[in-house]
Design a protein around this ligand. Structure first.
Ligand SMILES: [Zn+2]
Length: 316
């Protein structure tokens, strides 16, 4: 029995002298960078551990083997469960105890739903990127990009809704412009060249613009609330800045392919830039959820906002 198990165990190289035993189900084998189809060739510094040419059933089965996509898949699958659990916790405990209004429930649900969709689209893409049909791979890739837009939308909805709680006009202006932008990105994806490697730069520019646009409502909000010295600005502005710093850091890893660029073939399974980008994305969305403000019912005609109760745990 022991001998049999050993026979079916494959050893894959993790770094120069590290080997990891994996049980690879029949029908799935791992390929090197040279062996995979051109459409999968994106990162030459990841030299091995690719799944390829698989039917749907084996794509799903590959969830349980160690390949160079395992961390990418599981980081966002766990991210999905995190936001799902947070949603249930918010709806059943946090919001009722803060005497939240129906609006608060709706906004909080939209925000967390967008985060969950973002996570699941990413899981789907990384799970099916090895599909034998190139068309299927591209569809999942498009869905992954759509998921990122939906994640960004979730951040905007909660942020703009509470930041401009007392200013209905500007709240509508920013919500509508954000929605229009996200829709424009969706339609851009229909363009046959959108997912090609030649358009990679343009895709990055589009996503940076959509995310960077948030600086405008933020500065406007600072000005409307009495400038940098105002207590509410002092409380909330650092949270927005931290959010943008995490996003910027994640993006830098994403485009630069650091650190595997400096250690080609050594970070195939663990520690590559895309994995760092995935984890930072979860951290960023979690940070934004924890920073989301909800309305204080007792503040009367003074528009007062206070922190998500979850924040007090960090502040004390
Ligand atoms: Zn990804």
């Amino acid at each position: 029995m022991h001998q049999k198990l050993l026979k079916s165990a494959h050893y894959i190289e993790l770094g120069s002298y590290q080997y990891w035993p994996v049980l690879v189900p029949r029908g799935i084998r791992l390929y090197t960078y040279e062996q995979i189809p051109v459409s999968l060739k994106d990162n030459p510094y990841i030299t091995d551990g690719y799944r390829a040419y698989l039917p749907s059933r084996l794509c799903i089965k590959s969830l349980f083997i160690l390949s160079n996509e395992t961390v990418n898949i599981w980081s966002h699958l766990l991210g999905f469960f995190l936001f799902f659990t947070l949603g249930i916790y918010d709806m059943t405990s946090v919001l009722p105890s803060a005497s939240a209004s129906r609006e608060d429930f709706v906004i909080c649900s939209i925000c967390l739903f967008c985060f969950q969709v973002c996570m699941l689209c990413s899981v789907g893409y990384h799970l099916f990127s090895c599909h034998r049909s190139e068309k299927t791979c591209r569809r999942w890739m498009a869905l992954d990009y759509a998921g990122i837009s939906i994640g960004i939308l979730g951040c905007y909805v909660s942020g703009v809704f509470y930041a401009f709680y007392c200013n209905n006009y500007w709240r509508q202006v920013y919500l509508i412009t954000v929605l229009a932008m996200i829709l424009a990105v969706f339609f851009a994806q229909i363009h046959p060249n959108y997912l090609t490697q030649q358009w990679q730069r343009l895709r990055s520019i589009i996503f940076c613009s959509v995310s960077g646009y948030g600086v405008i409502p933020t500065l406007h909000w600072v000005w409307l609330n009495g400038g940098i010295g105002a207590p509410i600005v002092q409380d909330f502005a650092p949270r927005v800045i931290v959010m943008y710093m995490i996003a910027l850091l994640a993006f830098l890893f994403y485009i630069s392919k650091v650190p595997e660029r400096y250690f080609p073939g050594q970070l195939n399974y663990l520690g590559s830039s895309h994995q760092i980008w995935h984890i930072l994305a979860v951290v960023m969305l979690y940070w934004w959820h924890q920073s989301t403000v909800i309305r204080n019912e007792d503040s009367g005609n003074v528009c007062h906002i206070f922190w998500h109760p979850a924040w007090t745990a960090y502040l004390i």
